[in-house]
Design a protein around this ligand. Structure first.
Ligand code: DC
Length: 218
């Protein structure tokens, strides 16, 4: 990859601190922040709103043109489905939390988003960013296996649950992680060569320092 432009892949289970970390990195280092969990949440919301269940999904995708575009707001890239960006509170409801893992295990959904996610590098460059930080479950293993830095975040179950409660969310993170780690396509798993960080007892600042040092910033 171009040495002047850095790609950082951050993977990990729910509540491990991916978004907080990616957000701080993007602000400090002028990177584009792409939260791929929000992509799966947006597709889930789109399907629920259109009353499409998983059995109808293949024919729905064959018969309907789903246009995916990006809207950049400061350091963040947001997915627009047929021109519509869903507000983040609409994507973090108990209903979406409950449905998103099943939707994300569908091959057509993953195929649709894979190309879109790989193209985010061009979005970042066109926005004159110094790099791209993409977070999710399969960024280091599938989307950007040759990223300049791959980070795998972990944290104690209790800490992760308390983070969700603090955010006011109803989220069964253990069952979501189980589904995300055991699916056949692009399961959540640590990519070889990842920097593994346990965020249970670390502040976001400490996580940031560890990552920025690995990127060569002091
Ligand atoms: O990061 P998150 O909790 O917002 O992600 C929501 C769901 O999306 C997660 O349970 C699994 C799925 N997901 C995925 O399968 N692959 C990704 N790269 C990101 C998220």
């Amino acid at each position: 990859m171009d040495s002047n432009f850095l790609v950082v892949a951050i993977d990990g289970g729910a509540g491990t601190g991916k978004s907080t970390t990616a957000s701080l990195l993007s602000k400090r280092l002028n990177f584009l922040h792409v939260d791929t969990g929000s992509h799966y949440r947006s597709v889930t919301k789109h399907l629920l709103d259109n009353e499409i269940n998983l059995k109808m999904l293949d024919s729905y995708f064959d018969q309907n043109n789903i246009l995916l575009t990006s809207k950049v707001d400061e350091n963040r890239s947001h997915l627009a489905i047929n021109g519509l960006v869903y507000a983040s509170d609409l994507l973090r409801t108990a209903k979406i939390n409950q449905a998103v893992s099943n939707c994300a295990s569908n091959p057509k959904v993953r195929q649709l988003l894979l190309r879109y996610q790989r193209e985010q590098i061009y979005v970042a460059r066109s926005e004159n960013k110094s790099g791209l930080v993409m977070e999710g479950r399969d960024i280091g293993t599938v989307i950007y296996p040759d990223a300049d830095l791959k980070v795998f975040l972990v944290a104690d179950q209790k800490v992760r649950e308390s983070r969700r409660i603090k955010d006011g969310e109803v989220d069964q993170i253990a069952s979501r992680d189980q589904l995300d780690s055991s699916r056949s396509i692009a399961p959540l798993k640590e990519s070889g060569g990842s920097l593994r960080i346990d965020t249970s007892l670390l502040s976001v600042e400490e996580v940031y320092v560890t990552i920025s040092k690995s990127l060569g910033f002091s």
